[in-house]
Design a binder for this molecule. Structure first.
Ligand SMILES: [Zn+2]
Length: 169
């Protein structure tokens, strides 16, 4: 998958985004192309634009180092790319790794995307108790993710998140 580097207006690297997202930001005048692939063009809407390798945000955005991305169910689904943490199939629900009934909270580190079947099967148990294994560990989006989300999202919603998020380690 082709990725584009995003620089702050101050040229400080912030993150990478998908080519599609980069083109949208440029077309919306939220970013300018700093470097493009020689010879490659991409068709977006009714126009053809160079394939951006590096874009720079039009306006400087202050990176809120201490700011944490607010937790939401939709945010968890988006963070996990709608993949079930237990089986990898399409997820439509959010599972609390440690169930709420056992004190588990609505936090990034305690929630994962899950398919309805696995969520139902796990019920009010921990993965260990249910004999289920997490394919990947839940993680907290970085401040840069939250920041870019606010810049790129329509109304700053979590809808724009998948493009901004790095792959979990
Ligand atoms: Zn599943």
């Amino acid at each position: 998958m082709r990725e584009t580097l995003v620089l702050n207006a101050s040229f400080e690297p912030l993150s990478t985004v998908s080519l599609r997202r980069a083109v949208v930001l440029v077309l919306q005048d939220k970013a300018v192309v700093e470097q493009a692939h020689p010879g490659l063009r991409v068709r977006a809407a009714a126009v053809e634009v160079p394939v951006p390798q590096v874009i720079r945000l039009s306006r400087y955005v202050r990176v809120p180092f201490r700011q944490r991305a607010p937790w939401s169910r939709r945010g968890v689904l988006v963070r996990d790319r709608h993949r079930c943490a237990y089986c990898g199939r399409r997820a439509t629900t959010v599972d609390h790794v440690v169930p709420r009934s056992r004190g588990g909270g609505d936090t990034w580190l305690n929630t994962v995307a899950a398919c309805a079947e696995d969520n139902h099967r796990k019920a009010n148990r921990t993965p260990e108790q249910a004999g289920m294994r997490l394919l990947s560990k839940p993680f907290e989006p970085t401040p840069a993710d939250a920041l870019l989300l606010a810049v790129g999202g329509r109304g700053g919603g979590w809808d724009a998140l998948p493009e901004w998020l790095p792959q979990p380690a």
